[in-house]
Design a protein. Sequence first.
Length: 184
Amino acid sequence: MRPLRYSINVTLDGCCDHREISADEDLHRHHAENLAQADALLFGRVTYEMMEAGWRPRPGARPYWMTDWMEPFARTIDAAKKYVVSSTLDRVDWNAELVRGDLETVVQQLKREPGEGLLVGGVKLPLALAELGLIDEYEFVVQPRLVGHGPTLFAGLSKRIDLKLVSRLEFSSGAVAMRYEPRT
């Protein structure tokens, strides 16, 4: 069974607003490696639309804000198979497939397929997946920043999930990637 891994950037005070995260070359490399280790990405509608708007290649020149060191991440996410969980979208493209139905059943079926793993990002979908006990690994890339606002992770979680630290990686920026697995 391929594992479902969750990865997200978060500030020290718990904010997961992507506009508040400083992503440097080391972090882009790290996230590109995470993407490359997954057979597919699992997104909710909001995350899919945000990632597509930011990373889908457009004809002509690359966006003004993209640097050379962002290219490997951009190529990797562009090529990745994507599953989008949404009850409001009618269709998706960008190497994506719309998935509907009972979330637990759909994700368990995806996990049973052969491969190295699934990677999920975002806020709302991971909350639902955590509630169902479907996340096998959590990675929090903690940014050395306080921003004083949300959104925050796992707001509304109905039960505590105890985790054990399995690895830790420090970046020159002061960010720290911590990977956890659920305690059994």
